[in-house]
Design a protein around this ligand. Structure first.
Ligand SMILES: Nc1ncnc2c1ncn2[C@@H]1O[C@H](COP(=O)(O)OP(=O)(O)OP(=O)(O)O)[C@@H](O)[C@H]1O
Ligand SMILES: [Mg+2]
Length: 258
């Protein structure tokens, strides 16, 4: 490539804020000449580098902004530990179709049975271009209480609707006062048929009344499951595998109770 042309490309790539074009243009030019690429093939290859890099860094930013407590992927998941779990169903969810349809995913099961799949699905969503936020149910309620106290609950709910996916982890470990339950109901209601939720809980739906109170629980579950994939995990804790604790009667009783 002539030095004039290289200089011009450098200048144009900077103007476009596309540094990878500058780098790829020079590097791929020799390769293109050697391999006899057409002009179109060369241009596509150069632009491809820029777009791929942008997509990768966008996903990375979305993953970091989501606030996941750990990085887990579907590939890390040992399906043999959950024989009743349909691998194809989880892989289907990983495809992210539920996000475009504003559908929900509910992961139910005793402690340690893999509800962290919610993180893996959240990371997939970020790769697919969706904005994601992850927090526990208690953290969500605290956030909504803060917004409510500041008189900007509606603005907060509207802001959250711009996230394609919100993950609410650990529904059920801590029961809510009625005011907190009402705020949580508003979160569910504001996303209904608009944007997706993933919820995880150690409790079956029949016991969600203990967490949210009878006033809102029926209407809330109704909205959550109207368009939802409910995944039930079973068995003993993955955390306690290969330990003696797994065979303790109290742990056994808890894991077989539903
Ligand atoms: N089938 C599995 N394959 C691989 N790792 C697993 C599996 N199930 C659980 N784990 C791992 O075991 C640990 C506990 O699982 P996880 O965090 O998903 O539990 P949980 O269902 O969310 O329980 P809790 O209700 O206590 O939060 C995590 O590190 C998780 O990655
Ligand atoms: Mg968990």
């Amino acid at each position: 490539m002539s030095t004039e042309a290289i200089k011009r490309i450098d200048h144009l790539a900077r103007a476009l804020k596309a540094p990878r074009i500058q780098e790829a243009a020079a590097r791929l030019a020799d390769q293109a000449r050697d391999a006899g690429w057409t002009h179109e093939e060369y241009l596509a290859a150069v632009l491809d580098r820029e777009v791929a890099a942008r997509e990768a860094s966008g996903s990375e930013l979305r993953i970091r902004a989501a606030g996941f407590p750990a990085r887990k992927t579907i590939e890390d998941y040992v399906f043999d530990h959950q024989p009743a779990l349909r691998r194809d169903a989880i892989l289907h969810l990983a495809g992210g179709g539920f996000l475009s349809e504003a559908e929900n995913v509910v992961l139910l099961g005793p402690p340690g049975t893999g509800k962290t799949l919610a993180i893996a699905l959240g990371i997939r969503a970020a790769y697919l271009g969706h904005r994601v936020l992850f927090a526990t149910a208690t953290e969500w309620v605290t956030r909504l209480q803060g917004a409510h106290a500041a008189g900007r609950l509606n603005a907060e709910l509207a802001k959250l609707r711009r996230y394609g996916l919100i993950v609410v982890d650990e529904v059920g470990y801590i029961p809510f006062e009625q005011d907190a339950a009402n705020l949580f109901f508003q979160l569910v209601s504001s996303r209904y048929e608009h944007s997706s939720l993933i919820l995880t809980s150690n409790l079956p739906f029949a016991r969600w009344g203990d967490v949210f109170g009878d006033q809102v629980v029926a209407a809330m579950i109704d909205r959550i499951v109207h368009h939802a994939e409910v995944v039930t995990l079973k068995g003993s804790s993955y955390r306690l595998r290969n330990t003696e604790i797994e065979t303790l009667p109290s742990v056994r009783a808890e894991n077989t109770s539903d």
